[in-house]
Design a protein around this ligand. Structure first.
Ligand code: ADP
Ligand code: MG
Length: 677
């Protein structure tokens, strides 16, 4: 079937049944539009070279004759190696394929084949990655997409081909005057150049334009929704000062100096008829939640309702327990709404929010559903705000009449970056941790010192504490992440399994499975939690006082700091061990820095500095929105230009009524839908 609408479901494509559709959704692919902009993260250069032109370690296609029978050998744990000899002109090399035993059936003695792989010159051996039929007229650059266990490379490639055929010409997102000004490719050139580049140079040109396009779209989204909020003024909330004093007296501690300052800043915003749009930054455990409670209570005393949205169910529950316990004592009615709230309960909550009987609601994405309506929503608070899309935040905001907005993040974002990305927000910072908190003792160890680390772990376990073991992040493959985590899990089970309960949590588990394991860890039914870096930000397990991070040099400094923030939340001494064998000088420097600095802002600045020197890490968990092709640090200048451009477009045509902007408008509407982010 030929489809005409780019926003149509992928289910309309031939060969995409219900199962494939579900699988594609695990990659965030719902529509043809999604697929068109699901760019490869790298390309394999399938150029065929003569053997004497190949250098050691190069990835290359070699063509020759199979001159020995392929044999499959086994080694290690569940691993296989298929080997045969390949004659290339006068040379004979060895070819090995790991863990692809089925290839044996495709190979025959005497057959001419082309193999793509990595060449080891001293050993005259090719580690094969792909067998190619020699007749195939291959595209010289093979796109490699990020996939998971449910969807194969080949499937994505096929489907992209189909969608490219369906839409040979695309409308533009970036207006022509900007494309001219910045020498950018048009939409069709970007999409074709990213998916099917003829040369590396073309892919790079396409990437340059794709990055601008991505930043521009983000800024358009941000600025058009922000304008909506700040154009018209909101309402002043006349809160009850004496009630706030009463709340302060109920706390078992005194607010820190920074907390007091921030509470004052927020109260001033609330009283001001201008809509509040404030970002509260503070390290994990710095006490942002208490600040949020003051803001919530203030608007309630002024006759309004408040909503707190958090990214995961566990976090929602934790916040709910803490906040309802405290606010319950001053007569506030707090409700919790998540994906697992029963429908009967949901109905009651919907009614209570609509009538105003419920003053404050805490929840996950469930909060942005249509059925959630408020009598008088005056404040929304978004925790770990970078985990939500611009559209999701806007939807929640739309449930009130210009409500004040407080966004919170545990990741210190260097000021210049924060201002560039979220230019229209005011920023508050909590720098100091509450008194009486013991700083985490951090150490860098090499993998040769693992025995020491085990000893230290055992000591903590014997005292009844729990431990996080974090396994490396392998950007290119979720599959490798999981294999790695599984290996380490097995190691831990061997070491500790006899006396302690060890569990594994990884990114490819279903959401409810993850929640379940986290809940078990919270309840201390698990002693050691081995996890890929998916530990939910903000989850508070005070009894977990040790963290061991494997291959720590694979993480960004801010990320390591963020991870470390999971511990050190109780009153006992906590320990963080970074295991890494960095080879470069800057790698060693980074480990030294993170082991010796506990100030998140210092680390964030240091991270930026090192990254500018070419030490690259993705923006994941950096507290900034995750971009697909752009990087806010390396492409900082592009971000600045895209921001200016979006502003210009909106100034000239605030409603985007110009026919040229029609597609841009559609894309913005599409991106504002709820399932995004
Ligand atoms: P965040 O949300 O920034 O991660 P929380 O608000 O959850 O931090 O605070 C972490 C812990 O510190 C909580 O148990 C909280 O009750 C406690 N806490 C917050 N502020 C103070 C303070 N000023 N003095 C002592 N303890 C505090
Ligand atoms: Mg928090």
């Amino acid at each position: 079937m030929m489809t005409t609408n780019i926003f149509d479901t992928l289910g309309n494509l031939p060969g995409v049944g219900k199962k494939t559709l579900n699988n594609l959704q695990t990659l965030g692919l719902f529509t043809q539009f999604d697929l068109l902009y699901y760019f490869p993260y790298r390309y394999d250069d399938l150029q065929e070279l003569p053997l004497d032109a190949v250098v050691d370690g190069q990835k290359v296609v070699l063509k020759g004759l199979v001159v020995t029978d392929p044999v499959v050998g086994r080694f290690g744990y569940r691993k296989t190696r298929l080997t045969f000899k390949l004659k290339i002109d006068h040379d004979v090399i060895m070819v090995s394929f790991f863990n692809q035993p089925w290839l044996k059936k495709q190979l025959e003695l005497g057959q001419e084949i082309a193999v793509y792989g990595k060449y080891n010159e001293p050993k005259q051996m090719l580690t094969g990655m792909k067998v190619m039929a020699t007749k195939d007229q291959q595209n010289e650059l093979a796109p490699i997409y990020s996939v998971n266990q449910h969807v194969k490379q080949k499937k994505i490639t096929e489907l992209v081909n189909l969608v490219l055929q369906n839409f040979p010409v695309l409308e533009n997102v970036v207006p022509e005057f900007l494309r001219v000004k910045y020498h950018l490719l048009n939409e069709t050139q970007i999409v074709v150049g990213m998916h099917r580049p003829k040369t590396m140079q073309i892919s790079q040109l396409a990437l340059r334009s794709a990055i601008f396009r991505e930043f521009f779209l983000f800024q358009m989204q941000l600025q058009s929704t922000v304008q909506e909020a700040s154009d018209e003024t909101g309402v002043a909330k006349n809160y009850d000062e004496s009630a706030l004093t009463e709340l302060a007296n109920l706390l078992s501690f005194e607010l820190s100096q920074d907390q007091k300052v921030v509470v004052r800043e927020i109260l001033a915003d609330l009283k001001n008829p201008r809509v509040m749009n404030r970002l509260l930054q503070g390290d994990v455990g710095s006490g942002k939640t208490v600040v949020a409670v003051f803001a919530i209570f203030a608007v309630i005393t002024a006759g309004y309702q408040a909503a707190l949205m958090v990214p995961t169910e566990i976090l929602a529950q934790q916040h709910y327990q803490k906040i309802s316990a405290l606010l319950g004592r001053v007569g506030v009615f707090v409700a919790l709404i998540t994906g697992s709230t029963s429908s009967a309960e949901k109905k009651q909550i919907y009614a209570g929010l609509k009538s105003g009987a419920i003053n404050c609601v805490i929840g996950t994405h469930a909060l942005i559903q249509d059925q959630v309506e408020f009598a008088k929503l005056g404040l929304i608070i978004i925790d770990e705000q970078h985990r939500f899309g611009v559209g999701q935040r806007a939807t929640l905001r739309g449930k009130g009449d210009h409500p004040d907005v407080l966004a919170m993040t545990a990741t210190p974002i260097p000021r210049t970056l924060a201002l560039t990305v979220y230019g229209n927000m005011d920023i508050s910072i909590i720098k100091t941790l509450p008194q009486g908190r013991l700083p985490i003792k951090s150490e860098w160890k090499t993998s040769g010192q693992l025995a020491d680390v085990f000893l230290q772990m055992r000591e903590q376990l014997e005292q009844g504490f729990q431990i996080y073991v974090v396994t490396p992040l392998i950007q290119e493959s979720e599959q490798l992440d999981v294999e790695n985590a599984t290996d380490i899990f097995e190691k831990m089970s061997t070491q500790f399994g006899q006396h302690n309960h060890v569990a594994l949590l990884h990114g490819q588990m279903k959401a409810d499975e993850k929640e379940h394991i986290m809940a078990q860890f919270v309840a201390h039914q698990i002693d050691i939690l081995v996890t890929t870096s998916v530990i939910e930000v903000g989850v508070d397990v005070q009894n977990a006082n040790m963290m061991v991070i494997f291959d720590a040099d694979r993480f960004g400094l801010s990320q390591l700091h963020q991870l470390r923030g999971r511990i050190g939340r109780g009153e006992t001494q906590s320990y963080c061990v970074f295991i890494a064998d960095p080879k470069t000088k800057s790698g060693k420097k980074r480990m030294d820095v993170v082991a010796n600095t506990t100030d998140g802002f210092v680390l964030a600045e240091e991270d930026l500095k090192l990254r500018r020197e070419g030490d690259l890490f993705g923006t994941k968990q950096s507290g900034l929105p995750e971009f697909k092709v752009g990087d806010v640090v390396t492409n900082f200048n592009t971000l600045v230009e895209a921001k200016k451009s979006a502003k210009l477009v909106l100034e000239q045509d605030p409603t985007l009524s110009n026919p040229e902007y029609q597609f841009l408008k559609q894309v913005l509407e599409y991106k504002n839908q709820d399932f995004e982010g």
